[in-house]
Design a protein around this ligand. Structure first.
Ligand code: ZN
Length: 195
């Protein structure tokens, strides 16, 4: 897979746009407390959307040969993303399992993959399947399972206002989709091995 070369975020344009938003809500973008806000927001967005300029496939190499063809699970990967509907944070934990087919990858690489895909305007459902698909493509394992649990500020700070409510999404590929017993093993390991 080729690395997409997209130019860096345009900080100047973000700053201008934020200044306009400040004016549009009836505030003074030049008063001391707000004067640096457009610059800060521009830098924040550049960081939060940096995943748009990174290729998820590139973090999955090199892989290491492994004879272990049993389930590998990375649990409780923390992530922060911005929902594409409101540009408000959703954040939580991702759990990733796969059954290697002769190749494994370092645990930090999987966490990095989640980060790259989270640092884009996102939907939790899409993030979940993109993590699963990137691993299927990059590692060619027997199967992948991903569970993401997250709180969405656009749900909890407005609208239904139920702080602490978690949205849980899952994506299963390969052997996790075909074999109920493999799915059950994964889910029980997520609960700390309790059946
Ligand atoms: Zn939202």
């Amino acid at each position: 897979m080729t690395t997409p070369r997209i130019e860096a975020a345009d900080l100047q344009r973000i700053q201008q746009a934020v200044r306009q938003i400040i004016e549009a809500i009836g505030e003074d973008p030049y008063r001391p407390g707000l004067a640096d806000t457009p610059r800060r927001v521009a830098e924040l967005y550049a960081e939060m959307f940096s995943g748009l300029r990174e290729d998820p496939a590139s973090v999955l190499s090199p892989t290491f040969p492994a004879t272990h063809e049993e389930m590998v699970i990375l649990r409780d990967i923390p992530f922060y993303s911005l929902c594409e509907h409101h540009f408000l944070p959703f954040f939580g934990r991702a759990h990733v399992g796969y059954v290697p087919r002769g190749e494994v990858v370092g645990a930090s690489k999987i966490a990095r993959l989640v980060d790259i895909l989270a640092r884009r305007p996102q939907l939790q459902e899409r993030l979940t399947s993109q993590v699963a698909d990137a691993l299927m493509e990059g590692l060619r394992p027997y199967g992948v399972a991903v569970v993401v649990e997250a709180e969405h500020l656009c749900m909890t700070m407005r609208g239904i206002k139920k702080p602490g409510t978690l949205l849980v999404t899952s994506a299963v590929r390969g052997v996790f989709r075909r074999r109920g017993v493999t799915r059950t093993e994964f889910l029980s390991l997520l609960r700390g091995g309790q059946p």
